[in-house]
Design a protein around this ligand. Structure first.
Ligand code: HEC
Length: 124
């Protein structure tokens, strides 16, 4: 019995210590983590490290080169940003993010925008 108690105690303290440690990340760190690792494929894979947009691939058809791109997303209004995340895009996967998560993502991307870093404002 006491062995089980001891084991339970050890497991619980480890879990609690971990949970406590996790909750000590700042909002900035949380937002960055979410952008790199949302519940699904990373936004950064398609939209770039800072949300600056990225060419995903190029192909040639009838001798002409075409690009498939993910647009920049660090300069949108909060409304447009959220709308895009709530619908299924043509290429973009559907995410099921909470309001909290979307707000953090939006905030993170804003802070990555060079315009915001310079003027604390973003042209939309
Ligand atoms: C597989 C590549 C891919 C991934 C991963 C991806 N996106 Fe997208 N996203 C796109 C493409 C491509 C578009 C352009 C619309 C379309 O084709 O779906 C887009 C459009 C958007 C738009 C709308 C832009 C506008 O101008 O209105 C927003 C906002 C957005 N993505 C945010 C995100 C966020 C945040 C994540 C991570 C949670 C993410 N995307 C993950 C490819 C991706």
């Amino acid at each position: 019995m006491s062995v089980i108690r001891y084991l339970l105690f050890t497991v619980m303290t480890t879990v609690l210590a971990f949970a406590a440690k996790e909750s000590f990340i700042t909002d900035d760190e949380y937002a960055k983590m979410l952008y790199k690792n949302p519940r699904g494929i990373s936004c950064a894979k398609c939209h770039g490290e800072k949300g600056e947009g990225k060419v995903l691939t190029t192909y040639v058809s009838h001798g002409k080169e075409y690009k498939i791109t993910a647009p920049p997303i660090y300069n949108l209004s909060m409304k447009r940003f959220k709308q895009a995340l709530k619908r299924k895009g043509r290429l973009m996967p559907e995410y099921f993010l909470t309001e909290w998560e979307m707000a953090h993502l939006y905030y993170y991307l804003l802070t990555q925008n060079p315009d915001y870093q310079k003027n604390k404002k973003v042209k939309q």
